[in-house]
Design a protein around this ligand. Sequence first.
Ligand code: COA
Length: 159
Amino acid sequence: MNKKAIYPGTFDPITYGHLNILERSTMIFGKIILAVSDSISKKTMFSLKERVFFAKEETKHLDNVEVIGFSELIVNFAYKHRVNILIRSIRSISDFEYEYKFAHVNQYFMNNIETIFLLPSPRLSIISSSLIKEIARYGGNLSSFLSENIAKAIFQRIS
Ligand code: COA
């Protein structure tokens, strides 16, 4: 149980779906780095600083999780932190196609990197951060998808 792994993502913002994957990963690995990407190619609702702040708040109960923001290739981040395992989640076939390429590109740059895929629990496998923001734009209830504080922040940002 002393193996480390990195769970990377944009986390714009972190949802119960991400936390489901993270909490289960903490049962498998000794330490998890939740790596929040600047994701410059995505138009994010929250800045990197805000996304890191939310992720830290939501993972306070997990002793073996560290949240770190990054602005580089994930393989370079992994190399610096001496970790060669990435955790990703697959919610659907379309996720698989993306993840397949992502894992291979990463292996191209760092040949000993391994990607472990977990399936989110079924009730959370339909959500994504943009879907949640879309529900918020139409005034929908977000309580099944993310924490109250983050839901408030989304509604404030939209208004
Ligand atoms: N529950 C709920 N939603 C989930 C989820 C889960 N378990 N897993 C993924 N998602 C959602 C996310 O909320 C996100 O939704 P959105 O697109 O509506 O915002 C979507 O699935 C994909 O999110 P994510 O897992 O964060 O992937 P990403 O494509 O945004 O980012 C990085 C992936 C950040 C890990 C990747 O781009 C990266 O490593 N970037 C650094 C640069 C790099 O090395 N690139 C790779 C080589 S080119």
